[in-house]
Design a protein around this ligand. Structure first.
Ligand SMILES: Nc1ncnc2c1ncn2[C@@H]1O[C@H](COP(=O)(O)OP(=O)(O)OP(=O)(O)O)[C@@H](O)[C@H]1O
Ligand SMILES: [Mg+2]
Length: 648
């Protein structure tokens, strides 16, 4: 049911005016044309295409003109054969079939002829017909070219806007969205699916104007020639409609599967490239190739399934038409006594009616493919990020007083608590450390402050303001984060340090690098600050990467600095220097550190011990060691008590 409607409605709005069914006002017709684009492409894509309405109309008009000109050869063929081929120089005439309506009645008409030229020799008629044919083909070619160009422009512009919006959407979605999805699959959405849309938008829209119009002009010609004979052709219509329906459904189903399999293949590329060191390290190359071969095989199978239905429709329709066409010509000769020229012109016209009808059926398949790609792309576009600015939110003033956790509980999934009932208050300028066994929830706790995730229960406030009530930008621009996993762009050192604030000049970058004790090693690189860091910073050592990340965090002059295992990859000497740098920031900034090394923790004003998502102890280093509780236990377990003063 559904696949018939867009085509029918679209055809009506296109052909309505051609039949003289006009909308009463121009606004009605513009609403009709908007509705047409909506119906054919679906509301979502249509909203992008409509932005380039001028181009769409230009393409459609040019294509419409081009399709009107295809009928010209049919009008030329009959006089060419019947008159132009006569021998001798007896004068001949060029007449074209016409309809004369009876005055006063709409449905009574008779076939007449209109004389274009008469009294010329057959040879001159042939020259004239050839000239007319050339001019009409030339006009058709020019309009087809410029129509195609406008179509390419509007469809590519629409996809360009969609591509940008999809990219912006990827960025705006919260980390929670990405945990459940493979990034390769998301890349496939923005490449393979958008490529499908790019290819099909124009084809479908133009197809729906060009093909019905071409069919219509030939049908009019045929009706004028012999309407009874033409009606015979309509016997094939129900059969063709049935075929279109069956094939359309299958094509949609299989195109969806093809795109899914494409996404799996893209995903495999992406993941393997990311983990290439692992693949080499464990010598799993052959195994990965085998795994990939299965995915490639699956993709091939699905593409072939899709092709079976996609390509099957054309030949099936050809067979149906083959049954009808010879019958029509035989009846034309035996019962209606048409001349050879007339029969040739009619056979030509019949074939030209059929061709667009067949293409229209294929357009239906294309609409199905387009709908599949649209569903996947807009599935993402419709996702609303759960972490966003509340309406009418104010900016958070620069932090001056406290950061408070008030009975905060959090779980990545419902009822699976990672943090439970966590409460504490940190004063401005304080340096606090979080310790605890792995998986205790330290990184999770830090990630709640910039709102990478929202608390499930309780609230976090900065200077007494709930962080969910202020703009994300004002919150995050105050927080410098050095994550446990260091993320770097495959760009220069300068770009990576300056990333948080590209406005800041080289001077600020160098002083941030010096503060993070990164300047010396950067200057030792062959290109200094212009050195490329490689994919994910792979050209640098772990410690170098960490120092660049620290410099990047310091550069934005944050009110709050959060360092998650930021010194873990540094040697003792560098760490000491980074510690000094961090200490230099103490007092002016609030610093939250997750660290296992005692040298870091020692300088903290307070230490929180986190176990299974709850704070079990808090106090200064001395207080906690004296408490002989969990902190002391952790400390002694790791170092047998000997290394006290070294690591926890
Ligand atoms: N994105 C996530 N989705 C679901 N669970 C997660 C996610 N990230 C972490 N977890 C779980 O939350 C718990 C706390 O993780 P978290 O990374 O906060 O621990 P941590 O204290 O920082 O550990 P470590 O010292 O090893 O870094 C762990 O049990 C972990 O499995
Ligand atoms: Mg962690």
């Amino acid at each position: 049911m559904d696949e018939g409607i867009p085509i029918c409605n679209a055809m009506f709005s296109i052909l309505g005016p051609a039949f003289g069914i006009r909308s009463s006002t121009s606004s009605v017709s513009s609403i009709a044309s908007i509705a047409m684009i909506d119906l054919i492409l679906g509301k979502e894509i249509a909203s992008y295409v409509r932005r380039h309405r001028g181009m769409v109309i230009c393409a459609l008009v040019l294509m419409a003109i081009s399709s009107l000109f295809v009928v010209v050869p049919a009008y030329l063929l009959q006089p060419f054969v019947d008159e132009g081929m006569k021998t001798g120089s007896a004068p001949v005439a060029w007449k074209i079939p016409w309809i004369q309506l009876d005055a006063g009645s709409w449905f009574c008409w008779k076939k007449t002829e209109v004389t274009i030229v008469e009294g010329i020799t057959p040879n001159r008629l042939l020259s004239l017909l050839t000239l007319v044919a050339f001019v009409s083909i030339f006009i058709k070619s020019v309009t087809t070219y410029f129509g195609g160009l406008s179509a390419a422009a509007f469809s590519n512009r629409a996809v360009r806007s969609l591509r940008i919006d999809l990219f912006a959407q990827f960025i705006s979605l919260s980390p929670g969205f990405y945990h459940k999805r493979k990034s390769g699959e998301l890349i496939a959405r923005s490449t393979a699916d958008l490529a499908v849309l790019q290819g099909l938008i124009a084809e479908v829209l133009l197809g729906l104007i060009e093909y019905p119009l071409t069919a219509l002009v030939f049908l009019i010609y045929l009706f004028v020639m012999n309407y009874k004979l033409t009606l015979l052709v309509f016997f094939a219509v129900p059969l063709i409609a049935l075929l279109v329906r069956i094939f359309g459904k299958k094509v949609k189903k299989h195109s969806f599967r093809v795109q899914e399999a494409t996404a799996e293949v893209t995903s495999a590329y992406h993941e393997t490239l990311l983990c290439l060191k692992l693949v080499h390290g464990f010598f799993m190359g052959n195994w990965e190739v085998k795994r990939f071969s299965n995915l490639a095989e699956n993709l091939y199978q699905r593409i072939m399934h899709w092709n079976r239905w996609q390509l099957g429709l054309g030949p099936m329709m050809d067979s149906v038409v083959f049954l009808v066409m010879p019958g029509v010509l035989i009846v034309g000769k035996v019962y209606f006594h048409h001349s050879l020229g007339e029969l040739m012109a009619m056979a030509y016209a019949f074939s030209r009616v059929y061709r667009p009808v067949k293409r229209l059926a294929l357009v239906n398949n294309q609409i199905k493919t387009l709908q599949g790609a649209t569903q996947r792309v807009f599935g993402i576009m419709r996702t609303v990020s759960d972490i966003r600015d509340p309406s009418g939110a104010d900016a958070l003033p620069r932090h001056r007083e406290t950061i408070t956790f008030d009975k905060v509980s959090f779980g990545y999934s419902p009822r699976e608590w990672v943090l439970k009932d966590v409460s504490f208050c940190i004063k401005k300028g304080e340096m606090v450390a979080f310790v605890g066994s792995t998986g205790a929830g330290k990184s999770t706790l830090l990630s709640l402050i910039p709102r990478f995730y929202d608390v499930t229960e309780g609230k976090i406030s900065i200077d007494g303001i709930d962080i969910r009530d202020v703009t994300l930008k004002s919150l995050r621009r105050q927080i410098g984060v050095v994550n446990q996993e260091i993320l770097l762009f495959n760009e220069t050192v300068q770009y990576n340090i300056g990333y948080g604030d590209p406005e800041k000049g080289m001077k600020a970058i160098i002083s941030a690098a010096k503060a993070a004790h990164a300047h010396d090693f950067i200057m030792a690189q062959p290109h200094g600050y212009e050195t490329m860091v490689g994919d994910q910073g792979s050209l640098l050592s772990g410690g170098q990467r960490q120092r660049i990340a620290i410099a990047r965090a310091i550069l934005i002059d944050p009110a709050v600095l959060m360092l998650d295992e930021a010194a873990s990859a540094l040697d003792a000497e560098s760490e000491g220097r980074v510690q000094k740098a961090i200490e230099g920031l103490k007092g002016s900034r609030t610093i939250l550190i997750v660290a296992h090394r005692l040298s870091t923790i020692m300088r903290a004003d307070r230490i929180f011990v986190l176990e299974a998502g709850s704070i079990v102890e808090s106090g200064t280093l001395e207080e906690l060691l004296a408490l002989k509780g969990r902190f002391r236990q952790l400390h002694d377990m790791q170092f047998g008590g000997e290394a006290r003063g070294q690591r926890v």
